[in-house]
Design a protein around this ligand. Structure first.
Ligand SMILES: [Zn+2]
Length: 882
């Protein structure tokens, strides 16, 4: 690459004073892990980038103001997929020093050697370099689509978390090296450029180009920098004393109003909750076509990025669940503007502080603004999702050790998000919501523009009045696993229920070992027995519990606790008998808990099935959804017992068809949103179990849809087409394929392509896999087809991916590669897959980076070993409950 000297000069001049930043600390905390030598601290980056979208390359110049903290000959920065042409260091009273540059692609570093020792003090490092524009979401990347006129179009975006800012700028690309950023971009004059801050100036450069210089960002981590450029529209409005906006490809503004309204609703709520108003002048949410197998949205400060399917509300294809997800995703990313962006974890060990908190806050905002969406019940679903992983020996604590880039990518898992959310829910319940909010306000105020660790949050909570919280919080965040609370025989003493709780540890793959030497937690246990709730915090092996009233004892009343409850048989029977009278949250939690304990072998299958069977098919929509999904999971485990499977299928159809009939096959104006979602989920389930009425309606709608794309209501289109795709023959599959090819709309087109992977028929599933390796579906759509195949044919999909690994890796973003295999295997309990997964891990992953695969292997091994017992006990129960 030939250096463009004029650019180097202009970059060095761009050093405006940071408008919003607090003074940057001179040094970093030496106890924070790092992959870079602690010899210098960046304070400000002035970056100029000129993309060449057609050639998928860019030229960059950066001038980094830094403080050398100890004498050194070398500066070591992160850099990946960059070519560095020239670098010079200037400092007070010294001549410009050119650097010898050494790149290490393995370590993702660039070492600049100046041939002599640099004294401590302030310096400026200027670097001219070039890089790649990727076709998956890492670093600077391109997303291709058909524009409103049906022509090929390409937009550019960036995605830097966890460790991909280094693909855009040579940088100290770790979260505790906070600095301010001035970004200048040279882009086509007819495109819109977006970054964290509003534009400070725009000037024409001639030759169809313009230069946009953005205002200086606040002090922030490198992974939060953002840039996008494309043929965009933007809608905006004032909210919370700032401006909120949605940016999307031209012609789609009419699909952005749901997201814009949600954003405007949430911002003032968060300003109040966090006690520190959102500090940037504007908050955009930028929609990009396509998808990633790793993430759907990213919290870049002031410029959230979201894939179109998760933000645009398109009457032609968006389901009610997706519409609610727009709110949930925005609420999550907007919570990060404080938890993550304003206050950032010092290192990836504490990633859960970002993700658990944002997940919890999104649920809180949803409950506040949409109390009829059942977010309180979904929170229990989140707990169950976390426990699925956390019950394995190969789980990890919420606060975990991250030492490689790959481990940082792997840290984005159900433990960080869902266990994090569940533990915070439990702690808020323990502290009380007002004390908890005060603790959050103190924490944000104390660490704004800085980095923090998990302990800082507990200190703020204790200072706000949450006495005793740290002990509980530390147990649940530094130890892996799930407490198991066994309830002893209970007695009625003077109008109260008295019992002994015995604490152990729940495990799905090491029941004997954990029973013999369990971990121990301080667990806040809430219980009811026909009167007011009582709470104790367990300490040691046994704890006395006394609850007002002498009714049926319910432990974990309200379901905020992160533990499992093992009842004595009589207690469990009484709870099942009265299950329909419990509130929906407790119905859901009790049923899920009982099924998990039965499946793991802590109690007979009958105990779980009695609870499942006791949930009324006419009850709360969310509880019904979960009950169907429990039956569905059980069906999946019994594929060696065709008779039990067909009994369960018949049972699902007979039990839930009346509910679907009552809801009707088509949406009703003004119906509760949970009903709309339940309809969709029952159509999918009854379609899977081949209910003739559902199949007949699907066939009728499909025939009509082939004539008129508007014949199926948009909010149910993907649901009905999924029933069709699952049961497709070759001709039907071809029809869906033709419709996908002909479709111009990005979200709908992607949906149709993925449906091709849903076929039960193995030959058609193979056809879908072959199609995924062709350019036809598009670079970010193909991996989703493979994932769709894996839902019904996991072994087929995994063998295919292993056979075509190099090609498939091109279809997935780098951050998502090692978790892709876990996802493909997630529907399988087939022990014959274990050697395949083991040899894949050995051949493809560094020894430090195999945790997700080992977790998958552990899960498959434990499930497959329990299956014979589950099968015989289930068959007995089914025979007794015809
Ligand atoms: Zn997040």
């Amino acid at each position: 690459m030939k250096l463009f000297p004029a650019l180097l000069a202009s970059a060095a001049l761009l050093l405006a004073g940071p408008a919003l930043a607090r003074p940057h600390p001179d040094t970093v905390d030496l106890s924070v892990p790092t992959q870079l030598p602690r010899t210098a601290v960046p304070t400000h980056y002035a970056i100029t980038v000129t993309p060449n979208a057609a050639k998928l390359t860019f030229d960059g110049l950066v001038a980094i103001d830094l403080r050398v903290t100890k004498p050194t000959r070398q500066l070591v920065l992160n850099a990946a997929d960059l070519k560095i042409a020239k670098a010079t260091l200037t400092g007070p009273g010294a001549k410009a020093m050119p650097a010898k540059i050494a790149l290490d692609s393995q370590a993702q570093t660039a070492t600049f050697d100046f041939g002599r020792t640099i004294a401590p003090g302030t310096h400026r490092l200027s670097i001219a370099y070039s890089g790649e524009i990727h076709t998956q979401a890492n670093g600077l990347f391109a997303l291709d689509y058909k524009n409103k006129e049906g022509k090929d179009a390409r937009s550019l975006f960036t995605q830097f978390e966890a460790a991909d800012a280094r693909r855009f700028i040579p940088s100290w690309d770790e979260p505790d090296y906070k600095a301010t950023f001035d970004l200048t971009v040279r882009v086509p004059a007819n495109q819109m450029a977006v970054s964290n801050m509003p534009a400070a100036s725009t000037k024409a450069l001639g030759a169809g180009l313009k230069e946009v210089r953005f205002q200086t960002t606040p002090t922030m981590s490198s992974y939060l920098l953002f840039f996008a450029s494309g043929d965009f529209d933007r809608v905006s409005k004032p909210a919370g004393g700032r401006e909120v906006g949605i940016v999307m490809s031209r012609g789609n503004a009419d699909k952005a109003h749901t997201a814009l309204d949600d954003e405007a609703t949430i911002l003032p709520f968060y300003n109040d909750y966090f006690g520190t108003p959102y500090p940037l002048p504007k908050l955009d949410n930028v929609a990009g076509p396509g998808q990633s197998q790793f993430f759907s949205a990213m919290e870049n400060w002031g410029a959230i990025f979201t894939f179109e399917y998760a933000i645009l509300d398109d009457p032609a294809i968006t389901t009610e669940a997706q519409r609610q997800n727009i709110f949930g995703t925005e609420a999550h990313e907007m919570a990060h503007q404080w938890f993550g962006d304003l206050v950032t974890m010092a290192w990836w060990d504490d990633l859960w502080l970002n993700e658990g908190f944002a997940s919890w806050m999104a649920t809180k905002a949803t409950e506040h603004f949409h109390p009829d969406w059942g977010a309180d019940i979904e929170r229990v679903g989140s707990r169950e999702g976390a426990m699925g992983l956390d019950s394995l020996n190969s789980t990890h604590p919420v606060v975990q050790q991250v030492r490689t880039v790959e481990q940082a990518n792997q840290a984005f898992d159900a433990i960080a998000y869902s266990k994090g959310e569940s533990v915070i829910s439990m702690l808020e319940d323990f502290a009380g919501p007002d004390v908890w909010r005060e603790g959050i306000r103190r924490y944000i105020a104390a660490h704004a523009y800085q980095n923090s660790r998990t302990g800082d949050l507990w200190n703020a909570q204790e200072a706000a009045g949450a006495h005793g919280l740290t002990t509980i919080a530390t147990d649940f965040t530094t130890q892996p696993g799930i407490p198991l609370i066994a309830v002893g025989p209970s007695r009625c003493v003077a109008g109260s229920t008295v019992t002994t709780l015995t604490q152990s540890q729940f495990s799905s793959d090491r029941r004997q070992e954990t029973s013999a030497s369990p971990l121990s937690w301080h667990v806040p246990v809430k219980a009811t027995s026909g009167g007011a709730a009582a709470q104790v915090v367990t300490a040691g092996r046994t704890t006395e519990l006394k609850v007002p009233g002498c009714g049926t004892l319910l432990v974990n009343a309200g379901q905020k606790g992160y533990y499992r409850t093992l009842y004595a048989p009589q207690q469990a029977a009484a709870l099942a008998a009265g299950l329909a009278q419990l509130g929906p949250v407790d119905q859901y939690g009790l049923m899920a808990d009982q099924m998990a304990l039965s499946t793991a072998g802590y109690q007979p299958m009958a105990t779980g099935l009695d609870a499942l069977n006791a949930t009324p098919a006419s009850g709360n929509a969310k509880v019904v959804e979960e009950a169907v999904s429990q039956w569905d999971d059980l069906f999946g485990l019994l594929d060696a017992d065709a008779a039990s499977q067909s009994t369960i299928a018949a049972r699902i159809v007979a039990t839930y068809r009346p509910r679907l009939q009552q809801l009707g096959f088509l949406p009703k104006a003004g119906e509760p949103p949970v009903d709309a979602i339940l309809r969709s989920s029952l159509i999918a389930s009854l379609g899977k179990y081949r209910d003739p009425q559902v199949l007949a309606e699907a066939t009728r709608l499909f025939a009509a849809w082939k004539q008129d794309p508007g014949a199926i209501p948009g909010s149910l289109k993907s649901t009905w087409l999924r029933v069709i795709a699952r049961n497709a023959d070759a001709a039907t599959w071809d029809s869906i394929h033709e419709a996908a090819k002909a479709n111009g709309g990005t979200v709908e087109r992607t949906t149709l392509y993925q449906l091709l992977g849903r076929a039960d028929d193995e030959a058609l599933a193979r056809k879908a896999l072959d199609l995924a390796l062709t350019p036809e579906p598009g670079k970010t759509t193909s991996a989703g087809i493979i994932t769709a195949v894996a839902a019904e044919h996991p072994k087929l999909a995994i063998d295919f991916v292993i056979a075509h690994l190099d090609q498939v890796n091109q279809l997935i973003d780098i951050s998502g590669r090692s978790s892709f295999m876990r996802r493909l295997a997630s529907a399988s309990h087939d022990a014959s897959l274990i050697p395949t997964l083991e040899s894949y891990a050995e051949a493809q992953l560094a020894a430090t980076d195999r945790k997700p695969i080992h977790q998958t292997i552990d899960r498959i091994r434990s499930q497959s070993s329990e299956i014979p017992r589950i099968q015989s006990e289930t068959a007995q129960w089914l025979a007794a409950h015809r």
